[in-house]
Design a protein around this ligand. Structure first.
Ligand code: THU
Length: 150
């Protein structure tokens, strides 16, 4: 696990195929997750979440949570971003950044989202962030040991 604190500013993704992301890329990804959090549709929980997913090809797909009056139909930000990427033909992921408004703990993905991430491999990175841009990095495998698989 890595924990780093820094200022967030908009930058272009410029990593090319490396497993280890540059600090600029991490900052940019977290910044994008914070931006899309603004789109969260969460009239029931009032808990805004944003996610930014970086593909192997250095494309970024973002997603926010989308709730529903039928509560159990609500969609998490992470699953939204992953579904957008898969729908566009991208299935190989380097990292996902997650943002919320909680400033005293790093936003951690729910169990369902961990399983959803694991579908696309154990060995990619999840950046759990705070609003100030600080983060904790964990792999999908660390977040979900012993996953269900077929
Ligand atoms: N939520 C996410 O979008 N991602 C998570 O990993 C945790 C929870 C959303 C679901 C719901 O809209 C709100 O946060 C409160 O649970």
């Amino acid at each position: 696990m890595d924990q780093v604190k820094f200022n967030v500013e908009a930058m272009h993704i410029k990593d090319h195929g490396s497993r280890q992301l540059s600090q600029e890329t991490v900052q940019k990804l977290i910044s994008q997750s914070q931006e899309v959090k603004e789109q969260a549709y969460c009239p029931y929980s009032k808990f805004r979440v944003g996610a930014a997913l970086l593909t192997r090809e250095n494309r970024v797909f973002t997603g926010c949570n989308v709730e529903n009056a039928c509560y159990n139909l609500g969609l998490c930000a992470e699953r939204n971003a992953i579904s957008k990427a898969v729908s566009e033909g991208y299935r190989h992921f380097k990292a996902i950044a997650i943002a919320s408004d909680v400033d005293d703990q790093f936003i951690s993905p729910c169990g369902g989202c961990r399983q959803f991430m694991r579908e696309f491999g154990p060995n990619w990175d999840v950046y759990l962030s705070k609003p100030d841009g600080s983060y904790r990095k964990m792999t999908v495998d660390e977040l979900l040991p012993g996953p269900f698989s077929l």
